[in-house]
Design a protein around this ligand. Structure first.
Ligand SMILES: *[C@@H]1O[C@H](CO)[C@@H](O)[C@H](O)[C@H]1NC(C)=O
Ligand SMILES: *[C@@H]1O[C@H](CO)[C@@H](O)[C@H](O)[C@H]1NC(C)=O
Ligand SMILES: *[C@@H]1O[C@H](CO)[C@@H](O)[C@H](O)[C@H]1NC(C)=O
Ligand SMILES: *[C@@H]1O[C@H](CO)[C@@H](O)[C@H](O)[C@H]1NC(C)=O
Ligand SMILES: *[C@@H]1O[C@H](CO)[C@@H](O)[C@H](O)[C@H]1NC(C)=O
Ligand SMILES: *[C@@H]1O[C@H](CO)[C@@H](O)[C@H](O)[C@H]1NC(C)=O
Ligand SMILES: *[C@@H]1O[C@H](CO)[C@@H](O)[C@H](O)[C@H]1NC(C)=O
Length: 417
């Protein structure tokens, strides 16, 4: 009997395969770094012998061929004269308008029917013994991640893990997220019983940071005018390029990424029971070492400021009036959005005796947040980039118990003006 169990155990171990899903939620040249991080992650996985057929990739894919890109068709995730084009061989399953939160959720839950006729139609096909690695990179806010034109709420991601677990789609799942406020996707909502280990670029209440920003953004002497990567992302990716992941554990990789990412608090949530397994159990194992050492990272831009910094950089460099126009437009947007949120907070403050503008309540009721964001976008326009930091106000409103109906009518009143 014991022998049989041992054999079964061994079979189970040897049948464990590794699968991965990589998703980028942004577009636009000024967000260059996200698509570069994602393709770099794709290269890490294939260099480490994860079969391409086990990797699914979503990326808007507009950056490689953007007009502003001095190296058409290429993406670099680190500066220098010998930098690697990470877009070379980076195969995307879903691009452009197919990159949505709904599709991402279908893909990770293996819902093949729902994806018929979309992109390559590929979905995660992992089984109960397998290891799944997910990497998401983009903008985020309290309780939510952003996709082009859609949002992914923390409750939706947790529900998807619950379904995946119930359907036997993994034995262990590791997810790395690069986004502002990314800790808020898990803090207080990801329970240990799902066997998910989540690492985030930032804690629940802070921005994450771009890396290799101007003037550290030169390739072969030519400036790219963009941040080439994100700080947490390039730290774990460069570690994966240079360390022996057959020996290095998830725990060790976390410590390394955390200590190198000195502008935000790299954090982790969920189930830590498998942190002493090797990172290779999720990222695969390299046959030859790349000996990639990384670069000095002293030019870092705070994620929420990157659009404005980019425009200022472009105007200073090229003196083209179109950038001055865009700067004025961005300043106007900032004034407008902070004005609306200030009024909204004031509107409720007396009645509920809470500092809705400055509190940092945990986003636990994100079904409520989802409705508030819908109301906001319906009455007041889209929330993007800089505006994401104010989503915390909508979270606070939900968490102190103000109803969606009350919020909707307040926003309608404020934004009609
Ligand atoms: C973490 O997962 C392990 C293995 O499935 C399980 O034994 C343990 O109870 C989980 N931890 C928590 C806190 O749920
Ligand atoms: C989260 O980050 C903020 C801003 O950097 C910091 O003040 C706070 O102490 C951090 N909290 C945790 C739990 O890391
Ligand atoms: C990198 O390449 C540029 C242009 O080819 C050259 O001017 C520069 O000196 C090179 N830098 C190094 C460190 O080799
Ligand atoms: C992982 O290893 C460290 C150091 O060897 C140990 O302190 C820790 O308890 C281990 N964690 C688990 C979950 O086994
Ligand atoms: C990497 O090595 C681990 C054992 O250290 C093994 O379980 C895993 O299947 C390997 N992955 C690949 C892609 O070779
Ligand atoms: C990584 O470590 C394993 C296990 O010790 C060893 O067999 C392998 O040669 C190492 N790989 C490299 C590239 O050093
Ligand atoms: C963070 O680390 C970099 C080294 O990569 C260093 O240049 C920078 O000054 C550090 N920043 C802070 C705020 O400690």
């Amino acid at each position: 009997m014991q022998k049989l169990l041992l054999i079964l155990c061994f079979l189970a171990l040897s049948l464990a395969d590794q699968y991965a899903v990589i998703a980028v939620g942004s577009n636009g040249y000024y967000n260059y770094r996200h698509q570069a991080d994602a393709c770099h992650a794709y290269q890490v996985l294939i260099n480490h012998n994860i079969p391409k057929s086990n990797i699914i990739m979503m990326s808007y894919d507009d950056v490689p061929n953007a007009l502003q890109n001095p190296f058409p068709g290429k993406l670099f995730n680190a500066p220098g004269n010998h930098s690697v084009d990470v877009n070379d061989g980076c195969i995307k399953d879903y691009i452009g308008a197919d990159v949505t939160a709904k599709h991402f959720l279908n893909i990770i839950q293996g819902d093949e029917l729902a994806m018929i006729g979309v992109g390559t139609g590929r979905v995660l096909k992992s089984g109960p013994n397998d290891h799944v690695f997910i990497y998401f990179v983009d903008h985020g806010a309290s309780g939510v991640l952003s996709f082009p034109n859609t949002w992914l709420y923390n409750y939706q991601l947790i529900d998807a893990f619950t379904q995946m677990k119930a359907k036997g789609m993994y034995s262990q799942l590791t997810i790395y997220i690069e986004a502002c406020y990314s800790g808020s996707m898990f803090d207080g909502v990801l329970k240990g019983n799902l066997n998910v280990y989540a690492v985030t670029a930032a804690n629940a209440t802070e921005s994450s940071w771009g890396a290799y920003c101007p003037y550290e953004d030169f390739i072969d002497g030519i400036e790219l005018d963009a941040c080439l990567g994100d700080l947490f992302s390039v730290n774990w990716l460069e570690n994966s390029d240079s360390a022996n992941l057959t020996i290095e554990t998830l725990d060790q990789q976390f410590d390394i990424a955390q200590s190198l990412t000195n502008l935000s608090h790299v954090s982790r949530y969920g189930n830590f029971s498998f942190v002493n397994e090797t990172a290779g159990e999720f990222l695969g194992n390299l046959t030859d070492s790349l000996n990639f050492a990384g670069y000095e990272k002293s030019s870092n831009w705070e994620s929420t400021e990157i659009k404005l910094n980019y425009l200022l950089h472009m105007y200073t460099k090229y003196q083209d009036p179109q950038y001055m126009e865009a700067i004025l437009e961005e300043m106007e947007y900032r004034d407008k959005i902070s004005g609306i949120f200030t009024q909204l907070a004031l509107h409720f403050e007396m009645k509920y005796d809470a500092d809705l503008m400055n509190a940092e309540l945990r986003p636990l009721n994100t079904r409520c947040l989802e409705k508030n964001i819908m109301s906001f976008e319906q009455h007041c326009g889209n929330i993007k980039d800089y505006g994401l930091k104010y989503i915390q106000v909508l979270v606070n409103i939900c968490e102190v118990g103000i109803s969606n109906e009350e919020t909707d009518s307040a926003l309608k009143e404020i934004c009609i003006l």
